[in-house]
Design a protein around this ligand. Structure first.
Ligand code: PHE
Length: 452
């Protein structure tokens, strides 16, 4: 039976797709995680390995996801069913959906903190702390207050619903085209401020000093994990976004552009953050601490710091929204394709699901902090399970599918549409068949092995 896929929406323009897909990739993972991980793992030496991971594993897998999406014009579950009917491959899509809803649930919690910090920057609270201890205390008391964190988690999810229910072209693409250039402009403003501060050179040194003595297997695995998470690979975001691409699009070129933008923004956010941190005499600390405790202090100490704080938290909020909408869209495309729900119904119900699942994560910093599974709080468990296990597993199966299960001639034909020259196919296929599954398998196993 000819199913009418013709009515499926497509991106309005090539730029629209690139901005939406880059918006998915560029997120909380780039702006606070990447700079810190890079600095702590050998600076420039880590960067070289990270870039190699993106080029050798990330871009090939992104190409595979886009091809699977465009060939099937379906959500991740429907895509595998369409390309390999009567097989168990659709389970890869099912796992992707589950991964997506879990990531969205806790991502929205952190994004909610970001929105709260944006609001508190506007009112001046964020830059009002007298010292680092006060800023730290403000952060702890905020994350442990159930009412506020759940409220902001709700507000953030609502923003995502607002964008996604308006559709692919009229919602995701339209807002990506506004938000991504804004993000770039904000980032450049912050970089300009950071590098013109006296003493900023230390920060750049921290980022770019090649310290090859720090390199070891763990660092290699960290770089690969970061590449995966940062590029939104392994759960079907790129399958879904690829399903809205037309046949004139060059998939490899798109994958390369998106990965290049993602890498570029990660490096630029390091350049925006560390010079300021060092210039103000603070030490770089990890993750949420850096963003929500150290940076407010840095801003407090700077002239016009309140404006910088507003710009920074606006930047982080934008980065989080364009990533979270891609997670929601995967679920929405599943519900509209497979369950035949209307888009608005799908958007509200799926967002509600992710919201509810996120509540225990939000509370795990406060009232539910004693509730542990495998020694981890709900938030940490969600993060660990998705980033360290489910995404790499998804990536391995996607690579095996595209390399071994899907007919070689069919994959080749799919990649050739929009790219008649199709260079590098013979290299790509072996990257997908052997290198990606083996390398990503190594990340996975090392993550499961007890450390130390
Ligand atoms: N790439 C996003 C980030 O860097 C996170 C993400 C992972 C989004 C997986 C979608 C899917 O923040």
């Amino acid at each position: 039976m000819q199913v009418s896929t013709d009515s499926r929406e497509t991106w309005g323009s090539k730029l629209g797709f690139v901005l939406a897909a880059a918006g998915s990739a560029i997120g909380l993972g780039n702006i606070w995680r990447f700079p810190y991980v890079l600095g702590e793992n050998g600076g420039f030496a880590f960067l070289i390995i990270y870039v190699a991971c993106v080029l050798l594993i990330g871009i090939p897998i992104m190409g595979a996801e886009l091809a699977i999406g465009r060939a099937s014009r379906r959500n991740p579950v429907g895509a595998f069913r369409e390309l390999m009917p009567k097989s168990a491959w659709f389970l890869v899509g099912v796992v992707g959906l589950i991964t997506g809803v879990i990531i969205l649930s806790y991502y929205s919690v952190v994004a909610g903190w970001t929105v709260a910090y944006l609001v508190n920057s506007v009112t001046g609270v964020v830059t009002s702390h007298a010292n680092a201890d006060a800023a730290g205390e403000a952060f702890s008391s905020f994350v442990s207050s159930s009412g506020k964190t759940v409220l902001y988690h709700f507000v953030f999810m609502f923003l995502c619903v607002f964008v996604v229910y308006q559709g692919v072209k009229g919602g995701i693409e339209r807002y990506s085209k506004i938000l991504m250039p804004t993000l770039l402009a904000l980032l450049f403003l912050l970089i300009f401020r950071a590098v013109t501060l006296p003493g900023s050179g230390e920060g750049l040194k921290f980022l770019f000093n090649p310290d090859f003595s720090k390199l070891n297997v763990d660092v290699l695995l960290m770089a690969m994990g970061q590449a995966f998470y940062s590029l939104s690979l392994g759960m079907g975001v790129m399958i879904t976004y690829g399903s809205y691409l037309d046949r004139q699009s060059n998939l490899f070129e798109n994958a390369t552009t998106v990965a290049g933008l993602d890498m570029g923004i990660a490096i630029l956010s390091g350049i925006a953050i560390f010079p300021a941190v060092f210039a103000m005499g603070f030490e770089p600390t990890a993750g949420p601490g850096l963003t929500f405790q150290v940076l407010p202090m840095v801003f407090s100490a700077l002239p016009a710091g309140q404006i910088l704080a507003i710009l920074f938290f606006a930047l982080l909020t934008i980065a989080a929204i364009t990533s979270a909408i891609s997670l929601l869209e995967v679920m929405v495309s599943f519900a509209t394709d497979e369950l035949h729900w209307t888009r608005s119904r799908a958007t509200f119900i799926m967002a509600a699901l992710a919201f509810i699942l996120g509540v225990p994560s939000a509370l795990s910093f406060g009232v539910w902090s004693d509730f542990k599974i495998f020694g981890l709080g709900f938030f940490d468990l969600s993060d660990y399970l998705t980033a360290n296990i489910l995404l790499p597993v998804g990536g391995i199966f996607i690579a095996i599918f595209a390399g071994w299960a899907w007919k070689r001639a069919a994959v080749e034909a799919e990649l050739r549409d929009g790219n008649p020259q199709l260079k590098f196919f013979n290299i790509w296929i072996w990257f997908i068949r052997i290198l990606a599954p083996v390398a990503v398998g190594a990340i996975l196993i090392s993550n499961l092995l007890p450390k130390g």
